[in-house]
Design a protein around this ligand. Sequence first.
Ligand SMILES: [Zn+2]
Ligand SMILES: [Zn+2]
Length: 340
Amino acid sequence: MTPRTQQETNSKPLISGRNSTFTPSIYPVQQVRIGEREFRDASRRKSERWTVRTPTKRDIVARLERVSAEDGLRLKQCCSAFRVLTCGQHTLRSYPTFRCKKPFCPDCAAERANRLGRQTEAKIAEAMRTHKGRLCLLTLTMKNAATLDGGLVKLKNAFTKFKRRKEFKEHIKGYFGAFEYTFNPKTNDFHVHLHLIILRGKFWNQSDISDVWRDVTGDSFIVDIREIKDAHKGVKEVCKYPMKPADLMTMPDDKFLEVVKMKKGTRMFISGGCFYNVKLDDDADDAADDNVFSQFADLTEGDACPFCKEELFDVLVNRQQHIGLHELNSMPNLIKNNSS
Ligand SMILES: [Zn+2]
Ligand SMILES: [Zn+2]
């Protein structure tokens, strides 16, 4: 749950009011960032609030190498080199030569959050054109669980019962949600919860939801529901990383391994009702599709840059150069300075 005070000055609501028409958001070049930059920005904001330093990818690699050398190497290689299509001033496309696609990898988690956010927003807007109601953010929590898998299974089962209840069907027209887990080092257990974007028909108050939730879980009753004015923010809240990187560092080795070894393909997203078509390719199999503007997908080396008409070229850069590229957006200098 994010504090309500979190304001984003330049994010415009994509869906405001039931009759508004949806214009697909065009993400400007500057915003196409690959993991590291997003992650660093996020960690900078967080570190102001937290006394614990947010770990960098290097910290996580170091920790992982100690418990599982093979996974450590994969994480290290992930996003260590990038292929970039650029004119020298504008970056049209850039993608890493290798992605580990692990949920605990800051690069892959950020990429996934961005990609899913874009997809979800478009699909929700589409559903809102034919269905009336209010968009709300609903959070369902479970009592802490000793194991991550156990906690997730319990929550999933509880939600299955929850959505079959007549109260649910009466009030909720569509839902889309993602699981999130945090770790509590004091009690040494996981806190698993579910963030949902719902399209609410009839008003449903928090204490009534809580009663139903307690009924299906037996012991958990903490729920939160709030209307969202800004679909973009709501989607961001739901599609964020499944786990805080800081949590990874406070876990004992056995818990850390549990996260690392979590079954591949464990479903972390659910949807239903009028949002049923919010189908997400959670594991996009083509890494080359990362951060590709759909409108630029056909461009190749030798074509003209759509912004400045200069010729585009394809270049392989390392991680450091890639970060620099996105910060300075001045390719030629970078190549000159860094190639040796
Ligand atoms: Zn990765
Ligand atoms: Zn250009």
